[in-house]
Design a protein around this ligand. Sequence first.
Ligand SMILES: [Zn+2]
Length: 230
Amino acid sequence: MSRNSNFSCILNLLLSLSLQGLALASSPNTGQDSQYQRETSYSPEQRIVVTVLLHNYAHLPSQILTEAEDRVSLIFRKAGVEVSFADCPLNDEDPALYPGCPEVVDGTQLFLRIFPTTATKMDHGGESFVAARIANIFWNRVEEQTRRLNVHAPRILAHAVAHELGHLLLGSNSHSPTGIMTAHWEAQVLVRICQDGLFFNSQQSELIRAEIRRRRCPQIPFQNALLTPQ
Ligand SMILES: [Zn+2]
């Protein structure tokens, strides 16, 4: 996103929030933010890859998907992880139409399903099933937030996707007070999404990389390997 569209995004958001009578609190702990900004680069040797098998049930246009995927990739790249997206068939589609969709062979492959609407009443835009490695995003919730706050839809979508994929690698109870794993997206969180964006902190980044490495070698259980006498 360009500097101008960033500015426009923030301006629209501030205007929308002020019209709704919401006061924006200042960041409670700017010291914590620095740990998110520090994760800027890993050497190619340090980077590891996770594949996301995308099932676009909402039939989102490629322009929105591409922009969101670029932002998700950036969020994970700052954690030292390369994300490879693969378009995959819907239930009623011929898999032969999606030659880029890999067969599932290991736990580093995650499933992302974008649905047009929620099946049940939900406050948030996504959910994750850690054991099944499935993240569901509900486009109507993303659109509602986008319309209500007049922010850029792919930006909200990307952060929702990164958050749910984060759960698939960090576990269900992995929320943090700041950063991409923030549980509740209050006004100041949305301002940050519009500005620099949200990222994994250094501890979360380490845990994610360790989890992906562990899943690459399922024959060597992580804990058992640590406990086995040498
Ligand atoms: Zn969450």
